[in-house]
Each structure stands twice: as C-alpha cells, then as structure tokens.
Ligand binder design. Structure first.
Ligand SMILES: [Zn+2]
Length: 268
C-alpha cells in the first residue's frame, strides 16, 4: 500500500517528467475513479493547461494545474504513477493518462481500483477539508509539534501513528518499521510514552521515512537496498527480527496485520 515514501517517489517522477509541461490529451479509461468533476469533463478541464507544480501531502499527490485547481491522486491499496516514454508499451491497469504532447505520458494505474483521481480547487483547501494533519516529513513537525500530534490518549501508538488527522503519510508498513526502530511495542498508548520515548519515536519516524525514500520505496529491488536492520523485508509469516533473530509476532488490529519483535519491543 503506497505510503509517504512511495508517494514521494511518484511525486519526484511527476516533477521530473510533468512539471512545467502542458497536458495535451487526457484519456479516462475508468470513469468511476474520477471524482470532483464528471469524468467526461476532465479532458476539457485539463487539456491545454500546464502542470505548474507537483506537491505531496501525506499519501496524496497533487498535480497543480495552472489556472484551474489541482488533480489530487490517491493510490489506495496498490495504485501507482508511471511515466510512459514515447513508443513504450503502456503498463497494465491504467485508469487515467495525461498525454504530454510528445508521445509520452503520465499514467495513473490502479489494479484494485481503490483510490481516486480528484479535481480539487486547491491542494490547501483539500488538505483542510479532509482534516489531514501535518505531513510526517514537514520540517514544521518538530519535537513539540510531534508531541502535540501524538497527544496523551489511550489509543495504541500504532493506531495513533496511522491516524491521518494527526500525522499524514504513515500506514501499516511504516508504522511497524518506525516502532521497531524506536524499540516501542505497537500496543503502548501515548500516555505511556515518556519524553525519551517520544524523542526516539520522532527521530525514528524521520529516519525511517527518509531512508525508505533514499532506497527507492516501491522499486523492485527496494527491500534489498534497505539497511540490514530494517524490519520491512521480514514482515511476513515466519519472519525474524533483523537485530536479535527472535521470531516476529503478529499484531492484529482493525483488520490489519502488523509485525513486531517481542524481544526488542517490550510488552506494555
Ligand atoms: Zn529483536
């Protein structure tokens, strides 16, 4: 599931190939994934306009359209953004393409069709209306702001980290990694975290997300590129702690399966 690092990679791709260019042709293959405007209207609204900037907030990628709002892309369970060079075959499951006028295109694909391509008034408005918290890598999310976002409630810290209204960008996979790196059990509640634990968690959040981006989150050889002490490659049945070798345990909550090390991440 695309989380902040994956979407950051899509953003960089869109920036490299799309920013500053004119959308020449819009092709909607799956009208049901278009929101905020009738699907048949989307080409008229975008064609001939320039992609002025690309922005990311949490797990949402915005392609800002000169003079007419922004396209907000949600990737759901397994969506992606791909650049299709001239003459290159199109990937599977393409739902919307933005042709860039030289035979190349940005393609939004989404096998499971969870997610959306939404035309919005502005990124800022969308973030506000959606009640999204600060982006997890926003420099303004310093120690104090992070403490405030966590609060001191009774909810499990894993759930708190994944709550997009508190902090935007972290999902099931990266909350596991962040908690593992901070040596905190996923079921601890925010109340139980002292100053040192919170500082560790804040530092781990930054370090994990930045490392994942630097390692090319979502790429085919991504897990091989990760540092040897990362949990992500071991997040499967029969996985072991990369630090102490203990068998990982499963942590189930709200239909999601998380993983943790019972030795490195002590029970609350
Ligand atoms: Zn361990």
């Amino acid at each position: 599931m695309p989380e902040l690092p994956d979407v950051e990679i899509f953003k960089r791709l869109a920036e490299r190939h799309g920013a500053g260019r004119i959308v020449a042709r819009v092709s909607v293959r799956d009208p049901a994934m278009v929101r905020g405007v009738a699907a048949e209207e989307l080409p008229r609204r975008l064609e001939g306009r320039r992609i002025s900037a690309c922005r990311r907030h949490g797990k949402v990628l915005f392609l800002e359209i000169e003079g007419d709002g922004a396209l907000a892309l949600h990737f759901g369970m397994n969506g992606a953004l791909r650049y299709v060079a001239r003459g290159e075959g199109e990937p599977g499951y393409v739902r919307v393409t933005l042709g860039l006028g030289e035979g190349d295109a940005l393609a939004y694909l989404n096998p499971r069709r969870i997610g959306e391509v939404r035309l919005v008034e502005s990124a800022a408005r969308f973030i506000e209306d959606g009640g999204l918290g600060p982006d997890a890598l926003d420099p303004a999310l310093d120690r104090a702001a992070f403490d405030a976002a966590l609060g001191d409630g009774r909810q499990a810290i894993k759930t708190v980290l994944m709550d997009q209204a508190r902090i935007a960008g972290i999902g099931n996979i990266y909350s596991d990694e962040i908690l593992f790196q901070a040596k905190l059990h996923p079921a601890l509640d925010a109340r139980a975290l002292d100053k040192r634990a919170r500082a560790r968690l804040h530092a781990a959040m930054r370090q994990v997300l930045e490392t994942a981006i630097a390692c090319g989150a979502g790429a085919e050889n991504f897990t091989e590129n990760l540092p040897k002490d990362f949990l992500i490659p071991e997040r499967h049945a029969g996985g072991h702690c990369p630090r102490c070798g203990a068998a990982l345990r499963v942590y189930k909550q709200g239909g999601r399966t998380g993983y943790y090390c019972p030795r490195c991440q002590k029970e609350p």
